[in-house]
Design a protein around this ligand. Structure first.
Ligand SMILES: Nc1ncnc2c1ncn2[C@@H]1O[C@H](COP(=O)(O)OP(=O)(O)OP(=O)(O)O)[C@@H](O)[C@H]1O
Ligand SMILES: [Mg+2]
Length: 352
């Protein structure tokens, strides 16, 4: 639904150049909620602004719903109308809501419809329908100053939906909200995604947001996408930073003569009693050092850090057993060179 190829953005100001995007290839499938995460300055906002051409990419292409927006933008002023039409099918939600304080809630939602030249009756019917959809049917005549942060963001979302977009872009839509309000706004985005088949590309720096609503995610660093995939794929990727950050597990080895492994459960493996089988089959005592389980996209997933008695050499067979059960196993340091395909995990995860 959204594809970027080699997307590059270089800002030039006062003789200085900043490369905010450095060849980003992103693919967001129709109907999914896709989260982009990364530290401040990684280029997340630049990416989202280039996706709807609010910002003109320096190089590369952006295709949304089969329309190459970069080609339209490149055709000069005469393509303006087509570009505006394509853009009206892309809704945008902002961190600070960007509502007009002098207009009522309903008038704020009608604004994009005014720009599209819709009649008063059409605008008002649509605005009221959208207010109902976001749970604010009784606030049509209120002014933004009379609303809570969560309610303002619901208005922001309703306004973003006014042009019947197929794609919703959201840049830190919940980072100005408290945790409980964040949850309810995320739930709303999830519901809209399901009910309307809306594709959602959301930017966040909170891992919890990814965990709660995203089907897929990408990690950005220094203008590049360094990891991306469905949550299941990320969890299955050896040494994935995103997976480690989504499910941070702590815990240190209790002595030198111990092997510490992180085991990732997803899909069917979550319900099988593999740990007790391991313990019984090899007659070993297993200590659980840390664990994080959660439901992602309706499926149970999680990680567990456990300690096996003995060094790595003594545990090759039990570790092989776990892998045969379809589990992702990352062994911590102490692994002899070349003995294990999984990289040494040094990251402790945590939100970015
Ligand atoms: N209009 C601009 N002019 C010049 N440089 C810019 C501009 N916008 C962004 N940058 C620079 O581009 C880089 C990426 O910025 P961007 O806003 O995309 O990061 P971000 O990942 O959204 O960060 P944050 O999490 O803080 O919002 C930064 O180094 C930033 O200073
Ligand atoms: Mg930003």
């Amino acid at each position: 639904m959204i594809t970027t190829q080699g997307l590059t953005k270089v800002y030039r100001s006062r003789g200085r150049e900043v490369t905010a995007l450095d060849g980003v290839d992103l693919h967001v499938r129709e109907g999914e909620v896709f989260g982009v995460i990364g530290q401040s300055g990684a280029g997340k906002s630049s990416l989202i602004r280039c996706v709807n051409l609010l910002e003109r990419p320096t190089r590369g292409t952006v295709t949304v719903d089969g329309v190459d927006l970069t080609a339209l933008a490149g055709r000069g002023p005469r393509a303006g109308k087509e570009l505006r039409a394509a853009r009206s099918r892309i809704g945008m939600v902002f961190q600070h809501f960007n509502l007009l304080s002098s207009r009522t809630v309903q008038d704020n939602i009608e604004l994009p419809l005014e720009i599209l030249g819709k009649s008063g009756r059409e605008r008002s019917a649509k605005a009221l329908e959208l207010l109902d959809l976001v749970g604010l049917a009784d606030k049509a005549r209120a002014y933004p100053a009379q609303l809570s942060g969560g309610q303002k963001q619901r208005v922001g979302i309703a306004r973003a939906l006014a042009g019947d977009p197929k794609v919703l872009l959201s840049d830190e839509a919940t980072s100005a909200l408290d945790p409980e309000t964040t949850r309810s706004v995320l739930q709303l985005l999830r519901d809209l995604n399901r009910q309307l088949g809306l594709t959602v590309l959301l930017i966040t720096h909170e891992m919890d947001v990814v965990k709660t609503v995203c089907d897929s995610a990408a990690l950005m660093e220094h203008g590049r996408v360094v990891e991306s995939g469905t949550v299941g794929e990320l969890l299955a990727a050896p040494g994935s930073e995103l997976a480690a950050a989504l499910f941070p597990v702590g815990g240190e080895a209790s002595g030198d003569d111990r092997t510490v492994v992180d085991v990732t459960f997803h899909g069917q493996t979550t319900t099988r009693p593999v740990i007790s089988q391991l313990s019984r089959t090899y007659n070993i005592d297993i200590s659980i050092l840390g664990a994080a389980m959660d439901t992602v996209g309706g499926k149970q997933v999680g990680r567990m850090r456990m300690e096996l008695p003995g060094r790595y050499e003594d545990n090759v067979v039990p570790i092989g057993f776990l892998r045969e059960q379809g589990l992702q196993v990352d062994v911590h340091d102490g692994v002899p060179e070349g003995a294990d395909a999984a990289p040494v995990l040094v990251k402790d995860g945590g939100s970015q």
